[in-house]
Design a protein around this ligand. Structure first.
Ligand SMILES: [Zn+2]
Length: 214
């Protein structure tokens, strides 16, 4: 995909997330690999509702900022995924989305497997979602916590803060993020009510059929 198209796609999908309430104010940041191995990143202090394709922070393949505005302060989250997941990481999205953040605060949430197996798509798009500890904003240890996962996870939630998801393309990273937030919302809808989850046999079939890395 050309850089021009990629810039437009980043801004269009970010605006769509904002307009549907997946993130608010100036929260959320997004990045994507360019064809030449560089990165396009949403600038610091910007709203997902009003990203300007021409002002995205543009890094070359050596990590040098070549044009655009200053990047998001949460760059360490993005770089941790690019550095540990290689070519599997084509884009990274981070939001402060309501239900995912709420899920990270519940003491009963399993930090190694935050989403119960309620639908096949959350497993297919996210694998197992890891809850990472709370970090003060700006603490570079956030990125270190993702690096410590050695590229084994594509979706994490920073406790009391928000989810970070990676996929091969911007479109797929956004779809995966939406799946995470909607599944977290289902968990709250079902909370305290008896309900059926996928059985171990159903999960095993999904893992085999769709080659899911759990
Ligand atoms: Zn954040």
């Amino acid at each position: 995909m050309s850089d021009t198209r990629l810039r437009d796609e980043i801004c269009t999908l970010a605006r769509s997330l904002y307009e549907r309430g997946y993130t608010h104010g100036s929260t959320g940041n997004i990045s994507a690999r360019t064809e030449s191995g560089g990165l396009l990143v949403s600038p610091t202090g910007t709203s997902f509702g009003r990203l300007d394709p021409a002002r995205l922070s543009h890094f070359d393949a050596d990590g040098v900022l070549v044009d655009g505005d200053k990047p998001t302060k949460e760059m360490p989250l993005h770089m941790a995924f690019y550095d540990t997941r290689g070519t599997r990481a084509g884009a990274v999205v981070h939001l402060h989305s309501h239900y995912s953040v709420a899920l990270s605060m519940l003491p009963e949430t399993d930090p190694n497997d935050a989403l119960p197996p309620v639908t096949p798509y959350s497993l297919m798009k996210l694998g197992r979602v890891k809850i990472l500890p709370y970090f003060q904003p700006g603490d570079k240890a956030m990125g270190d916590a993702i690096r410590d996962l050695d590229g084994q996870r594509s979706a994490v939630i920073l406790a009391n803060h928000g989810p970070v998801v990676t996929a091969g393309s911007v479109e797929n990273a956004v779809y995966a993020m939406e799946e995470l937030e909607e599944t977290a919302r289902l968990v709250f809808t079902l909370h305290g009510r008896p309900h059926h989850q996928l059985t171990p046999v159903q999960i095993a079939r999904l893992v085999e059929t769709f080659d899911i890395d759990l």
